[in-house]
Unconditional design. Structure first.
Length: 202
């Protein structure tokens, strides 16, 4: 790895951990409710059904019914297993135990996973007897890293971990022993082009 990449990684780490501030979820997301769907009205299919579960990304079934929420959002349970948050990449049906967070900023899978992890940290504040309903969720706060203008930033770089020998300087994965066919892949440059961010392979 070159000194420039090392310095870049260090600066990113110091940026993210230097200063954090509280933000209300209602300022960051539009929060929409799920809808009840009984088993009698479900038809087996391929669309994810997200319910009150802490496993499998919250998906408890796959149904033919048309999704009632868009992907690239975050599902958060407010009933049952409260405060289970998951990034949902695909359109899905959210049950009536779930609220869905639509970002008021540019969201991608990396940022979505980051926010879901932070939201799950708030789990201790809620329970079956103290549900995280929409009104309470809108004014709930989470702590985020901020820039000098106190704005919550998006991602500023990508770190890629991969097995096997590699050329970190070139972002080249020479061989991945557990992934047949993964040889001489320029993962670092590809990720940088794909997401428009600096990428480091280690």
């Amino acid at each position: 790895m070159t000194n420039n990449l090392k310095n870049e990684k260090i600066s990113l780490m110091s940026f993210y951990f230097k200063e954090w501030k509280w933000f209300e979820l209602g300022d960051l997301f539009e929060i929409k409710k799920g809808k009840r769907l009984t088993q009698e009205n479900m038809t087996d299919g391929v669309n994810p059904f997200v319910g009150s579960s802490e496993q499998d990304n919250g998906v408890t079934a796959h149904i033919e019914n048309k999704p009632n929420h868009k992907g690239n959002t975050i599902s958060v349970t407010y009933n049952g297993s409260v405060a289970e948050a998951f990034y949902q990449p695909k359109d899905f049906w959210a049950s009536d135990d779930v609220n869905v967070l639509y970002a008021k900023f540019k969201l991608n899978s990396y940022v979505g996973l980051f926010f879901a992890a932070l939201i799950r940290k708030e789990k201790y504040r809620f329970s079956y007897g103290r549900k995280w309903h929409t009104e309470r969720m809108l004014i709930s706060k989470i702590k985020l890293p901020v820039d000098k203008k106190c704005r919550a930033p998006g991602p500023t770089g990508i770190g890629i971990g991969a097995p096997g020998p590699m050329d970190s300087k070139r972002g080249l994965l020479l061989r991945a022993p557990n992934m047949p066919g993964w040889e001489n892949l320029t993962i670092g440059p590809w990720a940088a082009r794909r997401f428009g961010l600096p990428a480091v392979l280690e």
